[in-house]
Design a binder for this molecule. Structure first.
Ligand SMILES: Cc1cc2nc3c(=O)[nH]c(=O)nc-3n(C[C@H](O)[C@H](O)[C@H](O)COP(=O)(O)O)c2cc1C
Length: 214
């Protein structure tokens, strides 16, 4: 089972990136899990416009490779990001804007006229760092990326397995938080292997489009 771990902070080896490293170490404890870590800033992605709305363009080879992988081979997507101005860094926001070409089905709309999500086979998890203490984030959860990311990926019809926020600005040094990330990585990977959220019959007969390609 393949999992893509997207590190979305421009600051490598700092908070969210280190949270992701521990989460990955946890995932790797689980047999049959293959993790690929990707630094989103290594993937040039033009900003969304009507012309590139149908998918990656000729000058976006790395973006095409990444979206092909997520579309065809990936069972899990882990996104690690800092909080920037109550949201996510611009590059991550742009990535999410651009993936709508395979995340939404514009030929199949719901009662509200909204396109239906197409990421039914993808299980997501969000690791978020921020400068706001955890207690304040708990009260103001709706102004933080984990809430927003959860909403977007549910709109895309993906499964949201969980999210973890750290408000320690020295998370990269905080062994307790990093150990929690490691534990959460194990739990998430086990969930992917066991297909926990599915019923018995679905486990036997149903395979996600991503799995069918494997
Ligand atoms: C441009 C910018 C905007 C920020 N906005 C917020 C914010 O709205 N809320 C918050 O809690 N922290 C905010 N922060 C603090 C970062 O989220 C925090 O330092 C985080 O731990 C950085 O994570 P990283 O080391 O993974 O990049 C901001 C930091 C920067 C540089």
């Amino acid at each position: 089972m393949k999992i893509i771990a997207l590190s979305c902070s421009p600051s490598r080896k700092r908070n969210s990136d280190t949270m992701l490293d521990y989460f990955i170490a946890g995932m790797k404890e689980v047999p049959n899990i293959e993790v690929e870590k990707v630094y989103l800033e290594d993937i040039p992605i033009n900003t969304y416009n009507f012309k590139n709305s149908t998918g990656p363009q000729k000058d976006e080879e790395l973006f095409k490779k990444l979206t092909d992988k997520i579309k065809n081979e990936t069972a899990g997507l882990v996104i690690a990001t800092p909080t920037y101005n109550f949201s996510v860094p611009a590059h991550l926001k742009n990535f999410i804007d651009r993936i709508r070409f395979f995340a939404l089905n514009f030929n199949d709309k719901n009662k509200l006229g909204q396109p239906n999500g197409m990421l039914g086979g993808l299980k997501t998890y969000f690791l978020v760092s921020g400068g706001t203490p955890n207690w304040a984030e708990t009260i103001l959860f709706f102004s933080f990326p984990s809430f927003w990311l959860r909403g977007v990926f549910l709109y895309f019809n993906a499964k949201v397995i969980g999210a973890y926020y750290s408000g320690d600005i020295e998370t990269y040094n905080n062994k307790k938080i990093l150990h929690k990330c490691y534990k959460k990585g194990i739990k998430y990977a086990k969930n992917i292997i066991k297909r926990k959220d599915q019923g018995l019959l679905e486990n036997i007969f149903w395979r996600s489009p991503q799995e069918k390609q494997m």
